[in-house]
Design a protein around this ligand. Structure first.
Ligand SMILES: Cc1cc2nc3c(=O)[nH]c(=O)nc-3n(C[C@H](O)[C@H](O)[C@H](O)COP(=O)(O)OP(=O)(O)OC[C@H]3O[C@@H](n4cnc5c(N)ncnc54)[C@H](O)[C@@H]3O)c2cc1C
Length: 343
């Protein structure tokens, strides 16, 4: 046990050293990845920070691991004992300042928002945030608000900042608004909105099927598992994207897999080159048999991706955003609805 913990720590240190590679996959080409989406157009609703310096902080491992927080903040011990104040409010929108934006590929960016460095974001794994922006006017001239959920990819206990990985749609209402934000601009954010209450070792195996930006909730769970030496969960991720160049956060995922023997990733792309060694084409039974743990009461499969992928793999969520019926490949492979969670 002690040896296993020491090996995990050593692996983690290795990942930290490779942190500078995490974000830059230098990808180009078209990304598929329309995350599954319950859109909330708010026609009714009307409802602070510290810049972190060079964006290199985001590109490095400090953005990804709570253990690096001390490099950014150092609070008095008493404040730590009391627990830092949460920057988020689940009942009200709070304004967060955009500090920096980084291109991940031709249509996907990481946005870093900042707040008081003495405060923690106050996120529990796995949860998302709700964003709100005034976009246009209603017929009566009053403001039109657009509301969209996004899933932070920074550590849930990070103090002073959070990061969102967002695919920009040419015609997308919120994402076009975000695409035009500049450092110093503010965004209204509410949350956290709990999705899957993850607890360490809640299952022996967790399988994940993600498409495009559907990786964001998976990353929260993966980071929670691999950053906790007491968590022995085996994690297998099947990650579908359009082409090898479109694979979001590949360098980070590869580094995590290299550093943590309990995390494995299998990439699948629709458009591959001859050298491509991962899965080719759309997700199918063979790929999921190969990439996921077998059905069992000790297994949980998490699914998140564009509607087309959800339909093939598990069936999409119900219109009221409840889990809906389990259909598709996972059902055919013998998983029960209790063994599958759709984000
Ligand atoms: C729980 C949750 C978490 C999420 N987390 C993330 C995340 O971490 N990162 C991320 O990038 N996304 C995430 N999303 C998706 C995100 O909330 C938005 O739906 C997405 O960014 C698109 O919003 P938009 O307003 O820009 O686009 P929209 O205006 O809603 O349009 C999206 C696309 O669909 C097209 N479109 C719009 N309306 C129609 C229509 N009627 N018919 C056909 N096409 C249409 C648009 O042209 C555009 O290409 C998440 C969704 C959920 C539900």
């Amino acid at each position: 046990m002690a040896m296993a913990m020491a090996m995990r720590r050593a692996g983690r240190a290795g990942a930290l050293m490779r942190g500078a590679e995490f974000w830059g996959n230098g990808a180009t080409g078209s990304a598929r990845c329309m995350a599954s989406v319950a859109r909330v157009e708010d026609e009714r609703s009307s409802s602070s920070g510290r810049a972190l310096g060079a964006f290199g902080a985001l590109l490095g491992a400090g953005a990804l691991y709570g253990s690096c927080q001390g490099m950014i903040n150092s609070e008095p011990a008493a404040a730590e004992e009391a627990g830092p104040k949460s920057a988020l409010n689940p009942k009200e929108f709070v304004k967060f300042k955009l500090a920096e934006v980084h291109d991940v590929n031709h249509n996907t960016k990481v946005y870093r928002f900042t707040f008081d460095s003495q405060e923690a974001l106050g996120l529990n794994v796995a949860s998302c945030l709700i964003t709100k922006a005034e976009i246009g006017k209603k017929k009566d001239g009053s403001p039109n608000y657009v509301i969209r959920p996004y899933t932070p990819i920074s550590p849930p206990d990070s103090k002073g900042y959070f990061d969102l990985l967002i695919k920009i749609y040419p015609e997308g209402k919120m994402t076009q608004h975000l695409a035009h934000l500049k450092p110093g601009d503010e965004l209204d954010v509410k949350g956290p909105i709990p999705k899957l209450p993850y607890t360490p070792n809640m299952k022996k195996q967790i399988g994940m099927v993600a498409g495009g930006t559907g990786i964001t909730p998976m990353l929260q769970v993966i980071d929670a598992i691999v950053s906790n030496p007491e968590d022995n969960t085996q994690v297998s991720l099947v990650f579908a994207n359009t082409s090898p160049a479109d694979i979001l956060l590949k360098a980070k995922l590869d580094a995590l897999s290299f550093a943590h023997p309990n995390f494995k990733v299998f990439y699948v792309v629709d458009k591959s080159s001859e050298e491509w060694k991962g899965g080719k084409g759309y997700l199918n039974k063979d790929m999921l048999v190969k990439g996921l743990p077998a059905p069992s009461d000790d297994t949980l499969i998490l699914v998140c991706g564009p509607p087309g992928m959800m339909n093939i793999v598990s069936g999409d969520k119900a219109p009221d955003r409840s889990q809906g019926e389990l259909v598709g490949i996972l059902k055919d492979l013998g998983y029960t609805s209790e063994q599958v969670f759709k984000f």
